[in-house]
Design a protein around this ligand. Structure first.
Ligand code: FES
Ligand SMILES: [Fe+2]
Length: 401
């Protein structure tokens, strides 16, 4: 898990105006709320007074949770603004000057694609990875299903690697492939990966043999622009592919037939090493009538469950650090490409030292993901989540474990 990327926190539709929503991301508790203008904010959830959860349970009946655009701690009523600063401490009298240390981390927020995203890290804006730009979102001729949330009992890297894997469809998704009937001819074609046009990841496209669908025409040439910019002409059944952007975003393109495309995005929220919440946005440029949303949702849920059933069995739960602990084949090319991007993020010093974090978190210490505010002011109450400096250090730490 890495700091310094954009993570989905909560669906826009789930963040009301009168109450906060909590989320645990990268092992840390966060709280989202809207100010008077409706602007969403995301803060570290641990109150710096004496440690209550800012978004936690509230026993005072209907007492307001958000006052004058500030989030109110349910324990002693300290009021925190969207900038993370405490504005009022009731016990010293409303309006009196509060100590400078009475602040919590506040993270940059963007509300896009029906999701509230937060940048979880302290990297300055100039060098920060941007949030992925979805070129087709909101464009004429495209519709999006409402964001579906899949809560799954496994590590997010396992989920991403599954989405990149062109060899599992035949076996996990009987609706996609020939299954056992093409045993004599089955083979995954070789494919290559390329850098993603927006940086921070990679892309590939692959030709799948697929049984005919009822609405499908004859042999097709995908007319989609691929993310690297050119347009490939292939006679095929289904031309599909995907890639990654940062550690936790996975786009998938599925070109079913001439002019019939799905573009799917997994925005993954790693809760901890055993739980992930996937914010799944599915777009299409055909079947535009909203009456198709329900059936498409239902089908996607069935497909997702097939993946969940397999991925819940993976051992170990995290991907091995050494290639000697698995036997990879050419069909795993995209998985190798993803891991080589993770190595780059390791070398940026952005990987959380999970072992150290786990050993102390919630027992002797409360941690926060560092926010950009830590670069410009000191005196923070919560300890920063520990990170590993480099790939080499990671090897040493995991070897020693
Ligand atoms: S713990 Fe939050 S106000 Fe006291
Ligand atoms: Fe799958």
């Amino acid at each position: 898990m890495y700091i310094n990327f954009w993570y989905p926190i909560v669906r826009s539709e789930d963040l009301g105006y009168d109450r906060p929503e909590k989320a645990r991301v990268l092992g840390c508790d966060l709280v989202a709320f809207r100010d008077r203008e409706g602007v969403a904010h995301v803060l570290s959830d641990t109150c710096t007074h004496r440690g209550a959860s800012l978004g936690g349970a509230w026993s005072a009946g209907d007492a307001p949770r958000i006052v004058n655009g500030c989030l109110v701690c349910p324990y002693h009523g300290w009021e925190f603004g969207g900038d993370g600063e405490c504005k009022n401490i009731p016990s010293i009298g409303y309006g009196n000057k509060v100590p400078a240390r009475a602040k919590v981390d506040s993270y940059p927020v963007q509300e896009k694609y029906g999701i509230v995203f937060a940048f979880l890290g302290d990297e300055p804006e100039e060098s920060r990875p941007p949030l992925l730009e979805l070129e087709e979102y909101g464009q004429e001729g495209w519709v999006a299903n409402e964001v579906l949330i899949l809560e799954v009992p496994y590590y997010y890297e396992r989920s991403i690697e599954n989405g990149l894997d062109p060899a599992h469809n035949e076996f996990v998704h009987p609706t996609h492939g020939h299954s056992a009937i093409n045993r004599d001819t089955y083979k995954v074609r070789d494919y290559e990966t390329e850098d993603h046009r927006q940086g921070w990841g990679f892309w590939f496209m692959h030709l799948f043999d697929s049984p005919p669908l009822p609405q499908k025409g004859s042999a097709t040439s995908p007319d989609a622009e691929t993310p690297w910019g050119d347009s490939k002409t292939v006679r095929s059944d289904v031309y599909a592919g995907g890639g990654t952007y940062g550690p936790n975003i996975m786009p998938t393109y599925i070109n079913l037939a001439e002019g019939k495309m799905f573009r799917q995005y997994f925005f993954e929220q790693p809760v901890d090493t055993g739980t992930t919440r996937i914010f799944f946005l599915n777009m299409r440029n055909f079947l535009l009538d909203p009456k198709h949303n329900g059936p498409i949702h239902a089908r996607n849920k069935v497909i997702a469950q097939q993946d969940i059933d397999i991925l819940s069995t993976m051992n170990p739960k995290r991907t091995p650090l050494s290639a000697t602990k698995e036997v990879l084949t050419p069909s795993d090319t995209a998985i190798v490409a993803y891991r080589s991007w993770l190595e780059k993020f390791d070398d940026m010093g952005w990987r959380i030292d999970w072992k150290d974090f786990q050993a102390r978190n919630g027992e002797e210490a409360a941690f926060a993901i560092p926010s950009p505010g830590r670069r410009t002011s000191g005196n923070w109450v919560l300890e920063e989540i520990p990170c590993i400096k480099s790939r080499e250090d990671r090897k040493k730490i995991e070897k020693a474990a």
